[in-house]
Design a protein around this ligand. Sequence first.
Ligand SMILES: *Cc1c(COP(=O)(O)O)cnc(C)c1O
Length: 221
Amino acid sequence: MDIKANLERLLKEIPESVNLVAVSKTKPDSDILEAYDAGHRHFGENKVQDLIAKQARLPADIQWHFIGHLQTNKVKYIAPFVSLIESVDSLKLLKEIDKQARKNNRIIECLLQFHIAREYQKFGLSVQEANELLESKEYSEMDNIRIIGVMGMATLTEDKNVIESEFSDLTDIFHHIKTTYFAVNDYFKDISMGMSGDYKIAIRAGSTMIRVGSLIFGDRG
Ligand SMILES: *Cc1c(COP(=O)(O)O)cnc(C)c1O
């Protein structure tokens, strides 16, 4: 795998306005450093254990995105350094992130994860759950989190029409939330959708942030 070449090819292909998160889960430090030396700074991990180990060993200016299911009792381990938690799927989790962010005297940026796929998915909010969260008294009292957008995953399918319609659902959700709750907040701006197999469809549907692993680092065995 020529990681640098893969990265450059991908960056040439996507609009400058779209952020690329290099998903380095299961990959060794040496792979991450190759991308880092090519100038890349945004990396995504989906396991707390792996993320804290890699963060401790790798350069401090890496922007770590947490993209997996996050258990409430593990928030404290990543709160000191995590750059963006992309997978907030409950008020309980958001409360804990706020609490741990306060302890670390920082504001942690988050995305609300939505369940947009036709297929069964364990995690992700419905629009109604998100509305309830954003209208709750508890949310209004949180000072140490900032919700900067939404995240979602499409069904694993070859059917491009299904993928496209799920991604445009997420874009619609983004606009609904933006106009209802964040109309005056410039920071609510991101739609994280698109992976190795479907990032082109995602960008056409309005993605501002793609999370790409295997296309950069190779298959994960
Ligand atoms: C693994 C993963 C990705 C990247 O998947 P690829 O198909 O390797 O690009 C993106 N998002 C999430 C949430 C993931 O778990």
